[in-house]
Design a binder for this molecule. Structure first.
Ligand code: FPP
Length: 232
């Protein structure tokens, strides 16, 4: 692996606990997380990462209290209204992995606008996993493949790993080199299950709002040095 990974994916866990720890609400924890996210986007541009995937909302997150879900749906609106001009200036391209059709209209509209406006940008790709589930992604891919076979668009003998990848949200992206999870839990939680088959997994104890530049660099370096030490 080169020192700079092409694709880094992050499970941004620990926002709620961070809020509590600081005597604030879970939503305030998410807001603090969104500020950390901004910093990591900035660092990624700086060090030349090509793709940064951020797990912003899983399909399981709908089970959270209504107030928290509403807040998580409002955050992208606030975030993109504020950051989109800067993303344009910095040549950042926004992609979404997940089912955006079933998001509230205001959230969906702002995401579609961000995707469209940044579609010709050629710098860092920030891929937000929004209303994302790795299992649903596989089910949808299977359904879509069956449909295309029925319509003679592909034949069954053509089906291989590359073909299947064309049916995933991430079809235009390289697989993640590294998947980082903050917040101390050592689980993948339905995140990029196909795409992370060969990724380095990096679990850090710090809560996501505290996962700022020095810890991010340390995590990337840790993976790199481990690989060197193993002489892979
Ligand atoms: C998990 O922490 C985190 C989330 C469910 C949401 C992450 C979202 C952001 C960091 C901001 C997204 C913003 C935009 C603009 C897309 P948790 O609440 O499960 O933490 P806990 O384990 O402490 O409860």
């Amino acid at each position: 692996m080169n020192t700079i990974p092409k694709h880094v994916a992050i499970i941004m866990d620990g926002n709620g606990r961070w809020g509590k720890l600081h005597g604030r609400s879970r939503s305030e924890g998410h807001y603090a997380g969104s500020k950390t996210m901004e910093e990591l986007i900035d660092v990624s541009v700086g060090i030349g990462i090509e793709v940064l995937t951020l797990y912003a909302f899983s399909t399981e997150n709908w089970k959270r209290p209504k107030e928290e879900v509403n807040y998580l749906m409002s955050l992208p609106v606030k975030f993109f209204n504020q950051k989109l001009p800067e993303f344009m200036k910095r040549n950042i391209k926004i992609l979404i992995s997940g089912d955006i059709e079933n998001l509230p209209k205001g959230t969906r509209n702002v995401l579609v606008k961000a995707i469209e406006e940044t579609s010709d940008n050629t710098g860092l790709i920030v891929n937000f996993a929004m209303n994302y589930s790795g299992r649903s992604e596989m089910v949808q891919a299977a359904a879509h493949i069956i449909q295309d076979v029925k319509e003679n668009k592909i034949s069954i003998d053509q089906l291989d790993e590359k073909t299947l990848e064309n049916y995933l949200y991430t079809r235009t992206l390289p697989d993640p080199d590294i998947v980082i999870r903050t917040g101390g839990e050592k689980r993948i939680s339905n995140f990029l299950m196909w795409q992370s088959s060969m990724s380095e997994l990096c679990f850090v104890d710090e809560l996501f709002p505290d996962f700022k530049k020095p810890l991010f660099i340390k995590a990337l370096k840790g993976v790199y040095h481990r690989k060197q030490a193993l002489n892979i």
